[in-house]
Unconditional design. Structure first.
Length: 204
């Protein structure tokens, strides 16, 4: 499902009601696979270093429900009387949304007018996602590639909704600075794959 006016309006409505009377406001809305719309806004903290994005609360709620996110939009006040502009997801939010696959739809602003938007898939927003450098495993962005099996949590870290987990886990090696990759091939050979991660894209 693409980002649509209903999803944008849900984010704008939360921003207006939660921050009524303030010049600045912002919020996000996510759509789940069953059509449910979740909204959230960034909590404020004295130290901005611990601030969170508007999408965080809705992403956490989706995870709690065990539901897949299929679309996301973030809005911010464009100025007094100027309405609301669209914010593309930041790198951190992109990473969180990637847990639901490269075909999650996100809104990005039109350069000429950020109050207007178009919809892109995560694979198009970030075609050079960091995990693509790990050539020893099949990359699901490639057309015709088989599905990846679920990776069971190792040592720590929750599984993604539906028993799925992210395709890559990096650990500090014994040498301290070296980063190693836990290969999905290990999970595949162990047969830990009742759920499949990231279904094939139906269109390029």
């Amino acid at each position: 499902m693409a980002v649509d006016q209903e999803l944008v309006d849900a984010a704008v409505q939360l921003a207006r009601t939660r921050f009524a009377g303030r010049q600045w406001s912002g919020a996000a809305a996510l759509r789940l696979e069953d059509g449910t719309v979740l909204t959230s806004t960034a909590p404020q903290a004295p130290d901005s270093a611990v601030a969170l994005c508007h999408e965080t609360g809705a992403i956490c709620e989706a995870f709690k429900r065990g539901r897949r996110v299929v679309a996301s939009v973030c809005v911010t006040a464009a100025g007094a009387g100027a309405g609301y502009g669209i914010l593309a997801p930041c790198g951190v939010c992109q990473e969180r949304l990637f847990a639901y696959g490269p075909d999650v739809q996100v809104a990005v602003p039109e350069p000429a007018d950020p109050r207007r938007w178009r919809t892109l898939r995560l694979r198009d927003v970030q075609p050079h996602w960091f995990a693509r450098v790990f050539a020893d495993d099949v990359w699901p962005f490639d057309e015709g590639a088989p599905r990846w099996p679920c990776r069971r949590p190792e040592r720590s870290g929750p599984a993604c909704p539906g028993g799925r987990a992210g395709p890559v886990r990096r650990d500090r090696g014994a040498g301290g600075g070296q980063v190693r990759k836990v290969s999905i091939r290990r999970a595949r050979s162990a047969g830990a794959s009742k759920g499949m991660l990231w279904p094939q894209s139906s269109s390029a």
